[in-house]
Write a protein that binds this ligand. Sequence first.
Ligand SMILES: Nc1nc2c(ncn2[C@@H]2O[C@H](COP(=O)(O)OP(=O)(O)OP(=O)(O)O)[C@@H](O)[C@H]2O)c(=O)[nH]1
Length: 320
Amino acid sequence: MSEKIPVTVLTGYLGAGKTTLLNRILTEDHGKKFAVIVNEFGEAGIDGDLVVGADEEVFEMNNGCICCTVRGDLIRILDGLMKRKGKFDAIIVETTGLADPAPVAQTFFVDQDVGDATRLDAVVTVTDAKWLKDRLKDAPEAKNQIAFADVIILNKTDLVTPEELAEVEAAIRAINPYARLEKAERCNVEIAALLDRKAFDLDRILDIEPDFLEAGHHHHHAEDVRSISLTVPGDVDPEKFMPWINDIAQIQGPNILRSKGILAFKDEPRRFVFQGVHMILDGDLQRDWKPGERRESRLVFIGRGLNENELRKGFEACAA
Ligand SMILES: Nc1nc2c(ncn2[C@@H]2O[C@H](COP(=O)(O)OP(=O)(O)OP(=O)(O)O)[C@@H](O)[C@H]2O)c(=O)[nH]1
């Protein structure tokens, strides 16, 4: 029998740093070729756009959470990949920040064809040193992601004091004392420590979830979390956009779990990529708009109690 293809499931709450890690894995020189499957919660297809790897093939699964509605999609993509065995060494599945990793991991054991051809190597969970403690209070997914992890990256250590870091580490250890834990800034971990670890431990998972291998696994989502996608069909004026987005982040930051966007700024040949986690905003000019690529400006907000109308009007008013 030929070797099974190792699969790494990359999880972690909204904005923790999954894409940052994925981009590191795809750009570092380790001689391996990956097939990447990304799933996102927003609708605008921004995540797939933010993954770098030029050679890698990225399969996007939109409009739904990987652990529920699109699981069939995951199996279909994996089936397709298996027919092209030999073209890549390993598979990485990046889940949405709201995914419960259990049903994703379960796919590799419950689906016969998938299980015959692939092997779940490890669940790698990225955590946000600044916000994790808050999310452990209100987001059950955040806790499950830690409980299921074989490797935990405690990321964004630059945003907290050593005392705060020790507190988050203790909170993580209280949930999962077994996983390998790596502290990191911008996910600067040694990639070899994450991949091909043969770390996924079914027995430990069955201890946490005795019905793991049974079909019809139930789990609950924070139902009140929703995603709002906005598009301006052209350029926006940075002089209007910057103050507007800063105000939104300051005033509505506690409710905005995640925001991101790709914007066409007036008179600017490059795409402006914008990212936010609560009130912390980040953005820079990246590659040029390609010839023939439609210059448009897209934003996604994921959060609780957001006013779509108000956000839409505000964004539209930034049009150039
Ligand atoms: N200060 C700081 N910012 C970071 C660090 N790691 C990532 N970021 C920023 O945090 C934001 C979110 O990072 P991503 O890698 O997109 O997070 P993600 O988990 O993929 O986000 P979703 O897929 O939307 O859930 C971006 O603005 C990153 O630049 C870090 O260690 N320190």
